[in-house]
Design a protein around this ligand. Structure first.
Ligand code: ZN
Length: 73
């Protein structure tokens, strides 16, 4: 009996973990390339406006930010 309860608890935990990992992806239109993607998304603020961008654009954005930061010291 006890072993069964433990198995149920473990199964529930695994389900929650999967939901947390997969559950954060959603469909949205990237604010940079205007492509519709199904990803976790990255919220960035560009010129005072908050937009959501895809993984690919986030890489470019991060690179640009690092470059700009390097230029400004
Ligand atoms: Zn994009």
């Amino acid at each position: 009996m006890k072993r069964r309860v433990i198995a149920i608890v473990l199964a529930t935990l695994v389900c929650v973990m999967v939901a947390l990992t997969v559950g954060c992806t959603h469909k949205f239109t990237c604010g940079m390339c205007n492509k519709e993607v199904n990803e976790a998304g990255h919220k960035v603020t560009v010129m005072g406006k908050e937009i959501e961008i895809c993984d690919e654009c986030n890489k470019k954005y991060e690179a640009a930010k690092t470059l700009a930061g390097g230029l400004m010291g």
